[in-house]
Design a protein around this ligand. Structure first.
Ligand code: BES
Ligand code: ZN
Length: 459
């Protein structure tokens, strides 16, 4: 193992150069008005090229004409007699208009500054995915037989709903690679710089948009005000009804069935001693929203939320708008059923819409929370690998974000998903000046190599 880690250390500069090549491909799948379909194909081709040079059986799979291709690559000498380790990542990236003027570098120049690569996709998720690819390549270059059979699955639609991969998984596309030992994903973040962690759980999500329609067009509020319902007022009242005056979620049944955290996990998160001050500073607020009885991290990672993500309607003139719209989403925790939560929220909203006003729900998407038990037999080897890779203590965490496809992958493969985050929460995912610390890339490669060895010993 030491020899392999040394080899990784020796070729890090070469790997960073290749990562820069990957990152320079503007493979935007979300939030862009530009047509990125060529760049998306190019990114997929780049990966197929990488895998083919490693003697993997690699292919680009076009699940349907209107989706971005999947890249599937199987390690040399793959045998269905050995359990497969799947490594998932995504080559698509967010748009750069968030806002574009806030970027201080060209988002696709892969500029390196102060130990970071600053570029869209550097951390979410090209860098972390590439760390696994380069670790495996280093193992093969050393003439080693891989300790496990590997299947890379890299999609191009994570940022816009994973449609192709979802279809592929549900239609049994992974089944020929069974049995699976686990899936490894580095699309989460570490607890902090020099505080690498295994993410035991992710929150789920229930998202939808709501529109409230009143008069057939915007009307003068002096002429008609008082005799017609105002969609803005109706919408904000309906949404306000989802919360109580303390800011807790007031939807009957919302908190039902939530599985309590094990005493051990609770203890681990309390022991991290997260500071309210640090979060207030990071967020630029003078107080946090706290729930009695939960530590800060327990609340951030294991409590459900309800957010109004977007609100629009009317204009700053004396009108009554024809329509008011909102986007609403709840982050879900283990024990909450997304379909049930969606129905409860929509019932609650509908109950507050007066006669003469029309309410409509659209664009729903949802997925349940995911978690691996802290006592699962793969947790200890994963933590040991992280410690070998980073040369420091590894923590267990959860995270508040969602990766809906994780739940489908775990269900279909019948194997747990190990979330080994290599990014930092300060990497500016989805925002301007996204960045990835080259140290994290390097230590991520080391962790990947160590993890595959640990998993090899388990299987
Ligand atoms: N990489 C994130 C998921 C993530 C976010 C993990 C924060 C851990 C912490 C992913 O790219 C993402 O942004 N997912 C969306 C999914 C949603 C649109 C269904 C999210 O969490 O909002
Ligand atoms: Zn993302």
């Amino acid at each position: 193992m030491q020899d392999l880690l040394k080899r990784i250390d020796d070729r890090i500069d070469e790997c960073v150069e290749q990562l820069a090549e990957f990152v320079r491909i503007p493979s935007i799948s979300a939030g862009a008005d530009v047509d990125s379909s060529q760049a998306l194909q190019e990114a997929a081709d780049f990966l197929v090229g990488q895998f083919t040079r490693m003697n993997f059986a690699a292919q680009k799979i076009q699940v349907s004409a209107d989706t971005n291709p999947l890249v599937i690559a199987r390690s040399p000498g793959f045998s269905s007699a050995r359990p497969t380790v799947m490594i998932y990542g995504h080559y698509d990236v967010q748009g750069v208009d968030n806002p574009r003027a806030a970027w201080t570098v060209d988002p696709f120049a892969a500029e390196q500054r102060d130990g970071y690569m600053i570029a869209r996709g550097a951390s979410d998720n090209k860098g972390p995915t590439f760390a696994h690819i380069k670790a495996v390549e280093t193992m093969l270059q050393a003439g080693n037989r891989l300790p496990v059979d590997l299947l890379f699955v890299i999609e191009g639609e994570e940022e816009c709903g994973s449609r192709a991969l979802e279809t592929f998984v549900q239609n049994g596309g992974l089944d020929e690679y069974a049995p699976f030992l686990c899936t490894v994903i580095s699309d989460t973040s570490m607890y902090g710089p020099d505080r690498p962690s295994l993410t035991l759980g992710l929150r789920g999500i229930s998202y939808f948009e709501v529109s409230v329609r009143g008069p057939k067009q915007d009307v003068h509020s002096g002429l008609f005000g008082g005799i017609v319902h105002n969609p803005n007022a109706v919408l904000v009242q309906a949404l306000a009804g989802l919360y109580d005056t303390e800011g807790q979620i007031a939807v009957p049944g919302f908190y039902d069935g939530i599985e309590p955290l094990s005493a051990e996990e609770k203890r681990q998160y309390e022991a991290l001693n997260a500071s309210e001050q640090d979060y207030m500073q990071e967020l630029g607020v003078s107080a946090l929203r706290r729930e009695a009885g939960y530590s800060l991290l327990e609340q951030r990672w294991t409590r459900p939320t309800l957010e109004i993500n977007h609100l629009s309607g009317g204009s700053p003139r004396t009108v009554i708008p024809a329509i008011a719209q909102a986007a609403v989403s709840a982050r879900l925790v283990p024990g909450q059923d997304p379909a049930r939560v969606e129905a409860l929220l929509q019932e609650c909203i509908s109950a507050r819409i007066p006669k003469g006003v029309h309410v409509e729900f659209s664009h729903p998407h949802s997925s349940p929370a995911y978690y691996v038990d802290i006592d699962h037999p793969l947790v200890a080897p994963a933590l040991s690998a992280i410690e070998q890779g980073f040369n420091c203590q590894a923590l267990v965490t959860r995270e508040g974000g969602s990766i809906p496809i994780v739940v489908d992958i775990a269900a279909r493969t019948g194997a747990p998903v190990l979330l080994v985050g290599l990014g930092q929460i300060t990497d500016n995912w989805h925002g301007p000046n996204e960045r990835f610390a080259l140290r994290d890339f390097h230590r991520g490669m080391r962790t990947s190599a160590a993890l595959l060895h640990e998993l090899g010993a388990m299987s």
